[in-house]
Write a protein that binds this ligand. Structure first.
Ligand code: NAP
Ligand code: GCO
Length: 267
């Protein structure tokens, strides 16, 4: 098969955090199709059970663990269990994330910290727990799910933008610090993707019209549509596979062109 072999994930163990549904689920499904064994976690048993059932429907025997990614001891315990029960992790996707859309002057410091904790501190905690195994194995892939907000700001998302901007720099730093151990750490910056996280921005209005933010995103995206979780699958497989072995510290924006576009000129 030549070059296509480089994209295979056969024999690899992949941990995707917060992957019962949404972007994490789509990425894990693609990894399974490429040959990897799938491990995921979520905060609640109910979500883990739902996730396992959803993977089963796709013909995937996924291993699910209950774990809050912000809890350092819990994460260390989970990674130890995964190593014993499934195998040493080859691929980590730091996907679990939250957003709070609150104007900065109305946001409490506690709310700000909660977002930083899940979206920035947790990728540090989980990466720290898996890197030693990757070093022993002689290779590893870490993929951090960044955002348009790793580059851009907008009203109401100060904590999220601060966290995702920080996650871009954590990505570069892991690449810098552990590249010599054959570990590649890259980011994916999804554009606006239709998932439960963005559902409030797409709600149909009482008069049946589209949400103004929905219309704004369509106008701001050269592809003129929201992204689908499937749009992230190919890029995620590339960054987890041998095809990207000399790609390190990069953020691959999968955004339908948003970051390249100044916006529609006035008619
Ligand atoms: P989602 O639908 O809200 O899914 C996020 C998942 O993370 C949920 O399963 C959630 O569980 C889990 N999670 C949250 N906090 C956690 C914690 N402390 N420990 C373990 N799991 C936790 O979001 P999504 O849209 O698929 O987004 C996935 C990632 O992509 C996030 O990092 C997000 O910021 C990023 N992203 C999304 C978009 C987009 O347009 N949708 C664009 C760019 C980047 P619960 O349901 O229990 O909260
Ligand atoms: C928002 C959105 C975004 C997206 C995504 C963009 O309120 O602006 O939720 O932040 O979720 O991260 O890449």
């Amino acid at each position: 098969m030549g070059i296509l072999n480089d994209f295979s994930l056969e024999g690899k163990v992949a941990l995707v955090t917060g992957a019962s549904y949404g972007i994490g689920f789509a990425i894990a499904t693609a990894y399974a199709q490429a040959g990897a064994t799938i491990v995921f976690n979520d905060i609640k048993q109910e979500l883990v059970d739902k996730g396992i059932a959803a993977y089963k429907e796709e013909g995937i025997e996924a291993h699910g663990y209950v774990c809050d990614v912000t809890d350092e001891d819990a994460v260390a315990g989970m990674v130890k269990k995964i190593e014993e029960e499934v195998g040493v992790i080859d691929i980590l996707v730091n996907n679990a994330g939250i957003i709070k859309r609150i104007p900065m002057l109305e946001m409490s410091a506690d709310q700000f910290r909660q977002v930083i904790d899940v979206d920035l501190n947790a990728p540090f905690i989980v990466s720290k727990a898996v890197i030693p195994g990757m070093i022993k194995k002689g290779h590893g892939k870490i993929i951090n799910i960044c955002s348009m907000m790793s580059e851009l700001g907008r009203e109401t998302v100060s904590a999220y933008a601060a966290a995702k901007g920080g996650l871009k720099m954590l990505t570069r730093n892991i690449a810098s610090e552990y590249g010599e151990f054959n570990i590649q750490c890259n980011g994916i910056g999804p554009g606006y993707i239709a998932t439960p996280q963005t559902a409030p921005l797409r709600e149909i209005q009482p008069d049946g019209s589209r949400h103004p933010f929905d219309q704004f995103i369509i106008a701001k995206t050269p592809a003129a549509r929201w992204g689908d979780t499937a749009d992230l699958q190919g890029p995620a497989v590339f960054l987890a596979s041998d095809a990207s072995n000399f790609v390190n510290g990069h953020v691959l924006y999968v955004d339908g062109g948003i970051l390249a576009y100044i916006g529609k000129q006035p008619q």
